[in-house]
Design a protein around this ligand. Sequence first.
Ligand code: PLP
Length: 459
Amino acid sequence: MNIPLRNHDIAELRRLDVAHHLAAQQDYGLIRDLGGSRIIVRADGCTIHDGDGNALLDAMAGLWCVQVGYGRRELAQAAFDQMLELPFYNTFFKTVAPPTVTLAAKLSGLLGGHFSHVFFNSSGSEAIDTLIRLARYYWQAKGEPQRSIIIARTNAYHGSTIAGASLGGMKAMHDQGGPWLPGIEHVMQPYGFDVGFGEDEDAFAERAAAAIEERILAVGPENVAAFIGEPVQGAGGVIIPPRGYWTRVEAICRKYGILLCCDEVICGFGRLGSWFGFQHYGIQPDLVTIAKGLSSGYIPISAVGVADFIVETLRGTGSDFVHGYTYSGHPTAAAVALANLAIIEDEGLVERTRDVTGPHLAKRLAELAAHPLVGETRSLGLIGAVEIVAEKGTNRRFGHGGNAYIVRDICIANGLMVRAVRDSIVMSPPLIVTEAEIDRIVDTIAAALTEAEPVLRAL
Ligand SMILES: Cc1ncc(COP(=O)(O)O)c(C=O)c1O
């Protein structure tokens, strides 16, 4: 990339960060004690650069989102051109901009099945709010307003607004504040290495799906609007459900006439080696949320895919769906998303993830299984995790609510950006990642595990 590099006063930026900025999901006392956040000044390909001159291989694709990698001129150009022509206009006034409808049609084609329509928002959390409102309003319009309960799972992540955090099953979030949105029920997650440890895979799939049916019966099927799950739980620790789980869940939803919803905010746009996670699992949801990889994170945009039968019901109400945001269908965001989808298609990134890089990541991660600290490695496409245990052959962790951050910090010091979730190191590199970069990711994690082992055992 030929862009002039700006000179930043890093010490001053860190001072301003402490003095004026509250970052997302952070301990503000810790940031103050650290003297400010790491200042990320630029990025290209799969590499981010900080203000102290460090280059880090970004095995998190930003935050599970930079599918096409950094520094893509096509995306900057799309934003530039659209901003000059029509930077913004709303969709409140029976008005819409060209890239918005073009993107809606494009997404409908990619989602396939009965998803002829999408509703736009700016973030994953907003998409979740839209989904909740759509699900409840749909049942109201059908003459079953008591169907308002939504079943979700413990340790699910569905965003950080009141609705998103309520729907998600993150204990740490629920412990702060409240009251939370009523009408949400949480059931067990299909976390094989944890709650299903040592159990036969099929039996565990049956048990985890049955938990949904039991809850439906407990609250009364006539009161349940929807079930929602991430095809693979991302922020919860890259939890890949057991074989047969999703088809069982789909059958349960059909049995009770409940809307099946997939939160594809992480799994969408090639992450699992298919355009969407539900396609990988061969199921047909009725509502899906998409965000992140839709624009590769270059600009905020999200959407909800809405089944035709829901749209038909909304069309029959004779009134407005009184919901939507200033930035719903934002023309510039839509233009960038279209350019991003063109790159994903032109470069065959979904197929490459399925056939080349995903299998390579799985193969390399499997080699880590012999490490004394590794309880399990798991991956699907380009999302993966290394589960750290204190005692090989068991799922006994080191305790203290998770110590993977020790391994993570060593990785970062050695030039690799990964994330720690409790006892797991998780990764989701850009879909343009090379096999050599995957080797570096796995080798750096292996070395960090070895370096961390005496520290962890001494805790
Ligand atoms: C599955 C899932 N849903 C929703 C969200 C919320 O998205 P956002 O942070 O854009 O609001 C996230 C964010 O990571 C997510 O992983």
